[in-house]
Design a protein around this ligand. Structure first.
Ligand SMILES: [Mg+2]
Length: 260
């Protein structure tokens, strides 16, 4: 008998073995057939990187779970072309233990990239990230229940075309839900210089505290105010407001004498 159960693909940028994705794998079992295709180790902040210059090893961890020696985007390629019995009905990337908020996080994030890649394939896709409580902990079960509610709705009704959903879940007590715009979260990390035991200098890019900017309608503020933040993302990076810019027209004019 042909199964009509939805297929849900899970990925992340933190590694297939992380509890964050395992909890989700179990929590979504009631909604459909869940698969995990995720990196074999942490690949945070790799954005849409694709591995092109080295071979990739893959490990079949257990039924419906694979670990790929690559990035979240590599994982989506493997899932769609090699592992899944058919196109998934939903892709969920996460849950990332830490927020992905504002224009900067969205562009750096491997978690968000998993959802963006799904959207490139025309598959309803969401990225999920969690804010810690003030003791640095994450309530994974509660967050997974929220994701299940959202997932059930997307499976039933879809997402707007070409739109990935970026979800950030603050710790309890939560005040509610807001549909948000991206705010601004500026990082200026310190470069930390150290010396190794053989007297060579090496460096770490530090963390530092990012500067958050945005009004109450932005994801950065809503999530930190205790609201679940739902941000619709699209991948058209055209600066539409700049298309008619005199500065661009001047550049174009400067090239007019150029024939080829
Ligand atoms: Mg991560």
């Amino acid at each position: 008998m042909k199964t009509t159960r939805p297929i849900i693909l899970l990925t992340n940028d933190d590694g297939f073995y992380r509890e964050t994705i395992q909890v989700l794998f179990r929590a979504l079992a009631a909604l459909g057939r869940t698969y995990v295709v995720a990196p074999d180790r942490e690949r945070s902040a790799c954005s849409l990187a694709v591995t092109l210059r080295r071979p990739l090893r893959v490990q079949a961890v257990k039924p419906r779970v694979w670990a790929v020696e690559g990035t979240p985007v590599d994982c989506i390629y493997f899932a769609l072309q090699k592992f899944l019995p058919r196109r998934p009905d939903l892709i969920i990337s996460g849950m990332n233990p830490g927020p992905n908020l504002g224009q900067q996080d969205i562009n750096y994030s491997g978690t968000v990239a998993g959802a963006i890649q799904g959207t490139f394939h025309g598959i309803p896709s969401m990225a999920v990230s969690l804010l810690p409580d003030d003791r640095g902990r994450f309530d994974l079960k509660a967050a997974a229940a929220i994701v299940r509610t959202i997932a059930a709705d997307i499976l039933a009704h879809g997402l707007p075309p070409g739109t990935a959903l970026n979800v950030n879940i603050p710790p309890a007590p939560r005040k509610g839900v807001k549909i948000t715009r991206l705010g601004w979260k500026f990082y200026d990390p310190e470069i930390i210089e150290k010396t190794d035991p053989r007297d060579s200098t090496y460096y770490w890019i530090g963390t530092g505290t990012p500067r958050r900017v945005g009004d109450a309608g932005t994801d950065v503020m809503a999530a930190h105010d205790g609201y679940i933040s739902l941000t619709p993302l699209h991948t058209d990076m055209t600066a539409h407001q700049a298309l008619g810019s005199p500065k661009l027209r001047r550049i174009a004019r400067s090239l007019r004498p150029v024939r080829s």
